[in-house]
Design a protein around this ligand. Structure first.
Ligand code: SF4
Length: 246
């Protein structure tokens, strides 16, 4: 599998990788992806949110020079930006790329900064989906921190999948439970995002995030009451439609 090139048999290869990952830990999956499958051609995308420290800790063990992409939407909690800087220093990550939306697109699409209140999907497209498209150019694969337990829309999440641009997405924590994530924080002494102490179980942009409520899915505090559950970077169909509409 070393230095794998993706071609016409990608579907089969993904199935083989998925089966291989069944017997592997999250760290072993990261090792496989970063060192063997996509050396120099893979990035990790992190929100520096409530659980991000676990995956970043593992990545630093595997290769702290791996590019880490943070979508700096301009709407984050100040606590998230401070937490990003704290984790980067703690883990010695040497290639963290904070990616902002394009200035011209922002002036055209959200001149007064209130698009999130009028059309959250369009705002996420402008501030997350398009910047990520640019940031991932040249990479063959990317790593995410998504987990199955986070909610219904992620319940069947595989470890390896393919995005609409033909890149491989690797989800090393897909099978981990909330208890396992909490255990990693305790075992490795990982610092918590400051907002978790205030009840935030999933942390995105400030205007679109509220604390979680008892009995809710972990991500229910995101775009609460709107029916929206994902920002779009993991929804290929939405990305295409938004591009066409724009
Ligand atoms: S989460 Fe809210 S503020 Fe952030 S990009 Fe999406 S709609 Fe805009």
């Amino acid at each position: 599998m070393d230095g794998m090139k993706w071609g016409q048999d990608e579907g089969d290869l993904i199935r083989v990788l998925e089966a291989t990952a069944l017997g592997m830990s999250a760290e072993e999956i990261l090792e496989l992806a970063v060192r063997r499958l996509f050396p120099g051609r893979i990035a990790l995308v992190s929100s520096f949110g409530a659980e991000s420290a676990v995956l970043l800790h593992l990545l630093a063990k595997v290769d702290r020079r791996t590019p880490v992409i943070f979508l700096d939407t301009g709407k984050h909690f100040p606590e998230t930006l401070a937490y990003r800087d704290r984790l980067v220093a703690r883990f010695g990550l040497s290639d963290v790329r904070s990616v902002a939306p394009d200035g011209d697109e922002l002036r055209r699409g959200d001149p007064d900064g209130t698009l999130n209140a009028r059309d959250a999907d369009a705002c996420c497209t402008l501030r997350k989906v398009w910047p990520l498209d640019g940031a991932l150019a040249g990479f063959a694969a990317w790593i995410t921190g998504r987990k199955r337990f986070q909610g219904r829309t992620r319940a069947a999440l595989p470890v390896f999948e393919e995005d609409d641009a033909g890149r491989i997405k690797v989800n090393p924590l897909a099978r981990q439970s909330a208890a396992e994530i909490a255990a990693s924080f305790a075992r490795f002494g990982l610092p918590a995002h400051p907002l978790t102490a205030l009840g935030y179980s999933s942390i995105g942009c400030l205007p679109c995030t509220r604390p979680g409520l008892e009995g809710e899915d972990e991500r229910s505090g995101r775009w609460a009451g709107s029916g929206k559950t994902e920002c779009g970077i993991h929804l290929s169909r939405y990305r295409r439609e938004a591009r066409q509409a724009g």
